[in-house]
Design a protein around this ligand. Sequence first.
Ligand code: SAH
Ligand code: SF4
Ligand code: F3S
Length: 455
Amino acid sequence: MRGKAFVFCARIRYNIAMSTYKIITYGCQMNVHESEKVAGLLEARGITECTEGVPDVVVFNTCCIRDNAERKAIGQIGRFKQLKKDNPGAVIAVVGCMTQQDGAGLALRKKFPFIDIVLGTSNIEKIGDLVADALTTHSKHVEIDDDPRPAIVEDVPYYRTSGTNAWINIMYGCNNFCTYCVVPYVRGRERSRRREDILAEFEKALSDGYKEVTLLGQNVNSYGNDRADGYGFAALLEDLAKYSGDHRIRFMTSHPKDMDERVIDIVAQSPNICNNIHLPLQSGSDKILKLMNRRYTRDDYLSIIDKIRAKMPDCGITTDLMVGFPYEEEEDFEDTLDMVRRVGWSNAFTFVYSPRRGTPAASMPQVPAEVSKRRIMKLIAEQNAVTRRLSDGYVGGVFKVLCEDVVEKDGKRLLCGRTDSGRMVTFDGPEGLVGEFCDIKVTRSQSASLFGTRV
Ligand code: SAH
Ligand code: SF4
Ligand code: F3S
């Protein structure tokens, strides 16, 4: 659905201030953060989070990065048909990346006529007004703009839900058009936020007591390229590193083609910026990287790793890897396995390539599903062996950990938190430590899990 459409029909009135909401989120950290925006906009209307019983407002914040992400959301939305039967005044809204695909808005409304609101990725700021309207008048709304450069809306009342961590978007959209990826189509072109808006949000997060801030962008290294003032990611990191205090900064995602040495230097020199870099490789084969339009080679990637390790030997480096991309042959896959052994990522997010309609790779010859399945199993096993080996290297060391949460393990309530390098550690302690930094001695490792005690 392109352009805008409104359909109004008045029925019974609903008490907005007594209403409750539930948000179901799929996809990446950006979507998790976007849901905090949705929550903030609903809370600003007096609608509160549903903690028990049946919600009056259900918002699905969707993802379409792979077919299984879409199928999960569609399956779940279908289940909410019953909610409308039990509570005919309830409002069901679908937002996020899935709605922005060509024709998806109308297709969703056709498949699930009980949906009240469908909003595109750049229309999300309207959610508060439209939900209030739908609750009181039962009106239906579909609003999906196709402007690839929608203006950035500031001063959104985020309702943060991510515990000790505050997400801060530094930019929106993506210009890279990797041939498999739907993001540039559903999130538009790169738009960087102004320096002063980011710094103000950062200061507010610190004064609100957040001990960790994660800067978000599809390709944070190209932050500022769309702005005329020449202020880029390295300069932003430098500015943020100047804030003293007991807090730390992470950022994601870095693109190997844009990762520059200045960023590596600033991360290495700044005690408040974590030595933790997410640097997706995708494939270890130059042939596949070219077909993917990634614009770097495996040697380029390895030279970035060398530079990071030269300045930060303990840096936790993570990646994304894909198998079964069109034209991937056994030797290409072997090149990816070779990179697993050479680089030593502390963790890798592994995916089977999923054709996305409208992207160039979707019309390339596809690799049979059973081949991809075999490859992903092999890839996971190889990476697990590396992660296990690296986990063992933590045993005996003492690490500064930000205590993030309480977890149940074998009937015991334990605490968990991450090291500067991004590794999760579980340890014993009072729940009051959540939100505090603790020194933890790692005593034991089990695959990707680390266990320790307070020192
Ligand atoms: N902007 C980030 C990642 C965004 S999507 C980057 O450039 O690295 C997160 C990950 O999903 C990607 O790194 C990629 O590994 C995976 N992905 C994206 N599109 C995919 C597709 N069509 N099929 C399978 N995995 C995909
Ligand atoms: Fe997708 Fe590539 Fe942009 Fe990442 S850089 S969001 S993989 S197009
Ligand atoms: Fe999914 Fe959109 Fe993120 S497609 S991965 S939710 S940017």
